[in-house]
Design a protein around this ligand. Structure first.
Ligand SMILES: Cc1ncc(COP(=O)(O)O)c(C=O)c1O
Length: 446
């Protein structure tokens, strides 16, 4: 048990007002004197040390919480968030020779060549006052979305899927509101919610997507939005089929005020057809489709559609802020999207990711290990101790992610990104995962 003496004093936390105290904590996080998971002093104790009332300290902690710098840890008090919205140092690089399967991104060899797209770019200078959405991009995006059954009444271009999610949530919610979200789900989306002062409510996911009873439970807690990924779900690879969509649709019918936010980050290389919960009767919804996984994440571009009010709010807010996403980037996306041979390249990407996913999932299944990988670029492997398995795999030369940051209430697992995994590596990786899960048994058998 920690005693008062054994706890670090953290005397850099100082100030006479809530603002000063909050600023001192923020400065300490920026300077890496406090890191993710570090606990802040209990409110009363800090109040006594600084000679201020507990209310002042509570107000300081509340401000830090509203900005996502710290999180409440129940009886564990208040701790620095896993990923505070500040420029802090990232995780250390892996030792040389380690195969990095942590990134979740596409295989660069399967993206359209940049040089060819640059050569096809329209060189006309773009000025202020043009249509925020390049008409050629609007035409390509509308055709692709409508082919997937996503109705397109209006379109905005945003800086990637997560920027779209942020803008949609900002258009409808206020700090303190609850947001139903896939569990497990994409950690930066969780970080984003916390940075916006929103409160995530977990919706459990199985291989067919979000569980209807889980969604009903989260919405009953009073959520203003539901953020979900219906194919290439990250990390589980779940795909929502027609039956699941219908069940989810029935749950949502009882909550017409909830904004449904579909984060389609993988688009046409997801390895499953595009789907939507939007219907003629859904009053409040938005679908964001990123180009990151099939044209390249550095384009920082996604298209966003939805009900007229949501799209208008996003467009309007963008107009009084950044204005638009660079027409040069939009033009580059058009050049890549419509490049000669583009359809074949997309097909190759989809097929390659499927082979890599199935190679690892198949090899794990052959060893009796449960794995989830119906679509996308990741394989999700439930394990008893995700930290220990991750460390043992690193010793064996594989870097994978412990599931902790993906999970709210779901069970421990590891995420293996297979976008660059050669099929010939799959058996060895599956063996090493098995050994990392049961090291003693393996040692005895060896
Ligand atoms: C569910 C999900 N949303 C969003 C993103 C990021 O997309 P973007 O690069 O368009 O911001 C990812 C990236 O892997 C993701 O898995």
């Amino acid at each position: 048990m920690l005693t008062a003496m054994s706890e670090p004093e953290l005397d850099f936390i100082a100030g006479a007002t809530a603002t000063e105290i909050a600023d001192s904590v923020e400065r300490a996080v920026r300077q890496a004197r406090l890191g993710p998971g570090d606990r802040l002093p209990p409110i009363r104790r800090l109040g006594l040390r600084l000679g201020v009332s507990p209310t002042t300290v509570a107000a300081a902690y509340g401000r830090l919480r509203a900005r996502g710098v710290v999180t409440a840890r129940g009886r564990g008090g208040t701790a620095v968030a896993d990923r505070p919205p500040l420029p802090v140092a990232g995780p250390p690089a892996f030792p040389p020779g380690v195969r990095d399967l942590t990134q979740g991104g596409p295989d660069p060899a399967l993206l359209p060549p940049l040089a060819a797209a640059l050569a096809r770019l329209d060189r006309r200078p773009h000025l202020y006052g043009e249509d925020p959405v390049l008409p050629e991009l609007a035409a390509l995006a509308t055709a692709q979305l409508e082919a997937d059954g996503v109705p397109v009444a209006g379109l905005a271009v945003v800086g990637g899927a997560l920027d779209g999610v942020e803008r949609i949530l900002q258009a409808h919610l206020r700090p303190g509101d609850r947001v139903a979200m896939d569990d497990p789900g994409f950690p930066p989306a969780l970080d984003l919610l916390r940075a916006m002062g929103l409160r995530p409510e977990p919706v459990p996911v199985d291989d067919d997507g979000p569980l209807p009873e889980g969604l009903a439970g989260a919405l009953a807690a009073g959520c203003g939005a539901f953020v979900t990924t219906l194919r290439a779900q990250n990390p589980t690879g779940a795909v929502a089929g027609p039956a699941r969509l219908e069940e989810l649709g029935r749950v949502l019918e009882a909550h017409p005020q909830v904004v449904v936010v579909e984060d389609d980050h993988a688009g046409p290389v997801a390895g499953a057809p595009g789907v939507t919960l939007a219907g003629a009767d859904r009053p409040c919804w938005a679908h964001v489709r990123s180009v990151s996984k099939w044209l390249g994440p550095d384009l920082r571009l996604a298209v966003l559609t939805g009900d007229p009010q949501t799209v208008a709010r996003v467009q309007g807010r963008q107009l009084v802020g950044t204005g638009w996403v660079s027409h040069v980037l939009q033009g580059l996306a058009v050049a890549m999207w419509s490049a000669p041979g583009g359809t074949a390249l997309l097909e190759r990407g989809r097929e390659t990711y499927r082979r890599r996913r199935e190679a690892l999932a198949g090899a794990l299944a052959a060893g009796g290990i449960e794995a989830h990988a119906r679509s996308g670029m990741n394989v999700w492997v439930p394990v008893a101790d995700e930290g220990a398995v991750t460390r043992r795999l690193l010793d064996a030369g594989w870097a994978v992610l412990a599931g902790e940051r993906f999970r709210q209430r779901s069970q421990p697992a590891i995420r293996v990104t297979v976008s660059t995994l050669e099929v010939t590596e799959a058996d060895r990786l599956a063996d090493d995962i098995g050994a990392a899960m049961a090291p003693r048994r393996r040692t005895r058998l060896a």
